[in-house]
Write a new protein. Structure first.
Length: 79
């Protein structure tokens, strides 16, 4: 069975330093200012609201011609 090559202390230290720098970079990326995340959340909510409004308008405009004759009959029967 062959053994994996051993690292020198300099190579090990270089690897440790690289991993530390990667850990620091990921911590800094995780700590975004609250204003950015709040702004993103507000944009997502506005976009979701507009999409729901669009779907509602499309549904109502497609259903309204089918409902109009029935509404006229109901109103005529009530008068």
């Amino acid at each position: 069975m062959s053994r994996p090559p051993l690292r020198t202390s300099a190579e090990s230290q270089e690897l440790v330093n690289e991993m530390r720098s990667l850990a620091r970079a990921s911590e800094q990326a995780a700590h975004r200012p609250a204003s950015q995340s709040d702004e993103r959340l507000a944009c997502l909510r506005i976009t979701t609201g507009l999409m729901l409004l669009l779907v509602a308008v499309l549904f109502l405009t497609s259903a309204l011609p089918d409902l109009m004759p029935r509404l006229n009959q109901v109103m005529a029967a009530g008068l």
